[in-house]
Design a protein around this ligand. Sequence first.
Ligand code: TYD
Length: 213
Amino acid sequence: MSLFITFEGPEGSGKTTQIRLLADALTRRGLRVLATREPGGTRIGNAIRDLLLDSAHTEMSFRAETLLFQAARAQIVDEVIRPALAAGQVVLCDRYADSTLAYQGYGHGQTLEPLRRLGDYATNGLTPTLTIYLDIDVRAGLARKRAGAAEEWNRMENHALAFHQRVRDGYLALAAADRPRWLVIDAAQLAEAIHMQLRARIFALLAGEADAE
Ligand code: TYD
């Protein structure tokens, strides 16, 4: 059974923890799970990730940034995600095309339409079955991230608080516009409580798919 689930959220929303908990739960149910992340997940994607997130790259143009995210995305879709789905795996991806709409679109205040078209090109039209949005107050999320490993701090996080606020508002707008695909969860809760909520939704989804087969 193949299922494509993406995780989105502002900085420090706890996506990594939730992906780990969910991957374990699905594996225990006998499913084959592939967890990956953007930008990255492939050799080429990781090289692009280094270019994108290096804090020294202060001169990076907005369009170059957008295209690099999309290039890493095209690579992971072709090399990792589509083959895994074709092999019947459940794919959990930490960030996907919605990140570009939230960060480069809402965050940088750019119109969404060209970004959507580029996203369609990069993904070749591959849309997630479900997108889990972990919603967190921007200050709380950044503080959480700062308290974590220093090497995780990157160029995107150097943006002003107002930028991250626009990103969060953007995510909420994207989720409101496409309710069936998005599951919005309050990420201020304890990790285990969050896990139970998203797990309930995904297990229901799996039961529905099994019935349909
Ligand atoms: P990362 O360390 O992976 O952050 P996180 O753990 O929050 O996912 O860094 C990825 C950064 O890149 C993060 O700040 C979000 C940003 N980003 C974009 O701006 N656009 C995109 O399309 C993607 C995929 C990520």
